[in-house]
Design a protein around this ligand. Structure first.
Ligand SMILES: Cc1cc2nc3c(=O)[nH]c(=O)nc-3n(C[C@H](O)[C@H](O)[C@H](O)COP(=O)(O)OP(=O)(O)OC[C@H]3O[C@@H](n4cnc5c(N)ncnc54)[C@H](O)[C@@H]3O)c2cc1C
Length: 260
């Protein structure tokens, strides 16, 4: 990668920060722009499940295979990132359980299990006693479960905090609270970002603005059929408290790097 490559990344979520980090490591001059704070979009709201097997759906063979390849890269990514930043991102490999409550849910879950197996997903069927043995804290109303032993998880909030840390440490520049309004082209080639105040020129642009990666939000982008999907998260209080304390510590270390 040429040291003269100048890259603009729109969006400082898990995707924009990962790509930006790798490009900065490769010697590019990388500027990431986010309309809010880095890592506070969907990447903050997520549950951190890297559950390729548990979440595979009928007809999604290609997405499943891509997910499996991505999952294979995670141990190395997590280890490298943790070495770079000096704190844990809680990459865990205990697998994923999908439990059923009652008989009706059990029948539906069995159908899901058959689809997963037909696509080659590494999943196991657990009887009620086997679920309780694996996870004794679960309700005794559970009638069975799918267990995906190769699925993994990460603390997504620590992950994005670590990425921000690693990106800045690799020499990347982050512009928070700076919305990108459009793209400018010269001779049909991308040449600059349009910001509220002025423009920012670059040799190439990476659009990682999540659900904001639409032509209605960023002028000059091609029409892409992006549809938001609602997700919901439940977090338990004392675990969350512990996580928040650690995140605060990580964020205060980040501020020190940004002040340099
Ligand atoms: C409740 C919930 C739970 C989820 N759980 C999981 C899970 O367990 N496992 C999993 O793999 N996935 C999960 N997901 C999906 C996952 O969070 C997303 O796929 C992932 O975070 C997307 O990362 P991203 O970097 O593309 O987007 P984001 O994290 O949304 O980052 C995009 C960034 O772009 C910025 N931006 C947008 N428009 C502009 C603009 N015009 N100018 C500048 N900046 C802009 C935003 O401010 C934002 O910071 C979940 C999602 C939700 C909502």
């Amino acid at each position: 990668m040429s040291s003269s490559c100048r890259v603009a990344v729109i969006g400082a979520g898990a995707i924009g920060l990962s790509v930006g980090w790798r490009l900065a490591q490769a010697g590019c001059s990388v500027h990431i722009y986010d309309k809010g704070r880095a890592g506070q979009g969907a990447s903050w709201a997520a549950a951190g499940m890297l559950a390729t097997a548990a979440e595979v759906a009928a007809g999604a063979q290609e997405a499943f295979e891509l997910g499996r390849r991505s999952q294979e890269l995670w141990p190395q990514l997590a280890a490298e990132l943790e070495r770079a930043v000096g704190f844990s991102i809680d990459y865990r490999t205990q697998g994923t359980l999908i439990p059923a409550f009652g008989v009706q849910q059990l029948d539906l879950l069995r159908e899901t299990f058959d689809v997963q197996r037909s696509l080659g997903a590494p999943v196991q069927w657990l009887s009620r006693p086997a679920v309780r043995e694996r996870e004794p804290q679960l309700s005794d109303r559970i009638t069975g479960a799918i267990f995906a032993p190769e699925d993994v998880q990460v603390d997504n909030r620590k992950f994005v905090a670590a990425l921000k840390f690693a990106f800045l440490d690799a020499g990347g520049r982050l512009h928070e609270d700076v919305a990108v309004r459009g793209l400018e082209f010269t001779d049909n080639r991308f040449s600059a970002l349009v910001l509220k105040e002025g423009t920012a020129s670059a040799d190439m642009v990476i659009v990682a603005a999540g659900i904001g990666s639409k032509s209605s939000d960023i002028e000059g982008l091609p029409e892409i059929p992006l549809v938001p999907v609602q997700g919901e998260m439940a977090a338990f209080k004392d675990k969350q408290y512990k996580i928040d304390t650690q995140i605060r510590d990580i964020l205060s270390r980040l501020e020190k790097i940004e002040d340099k």
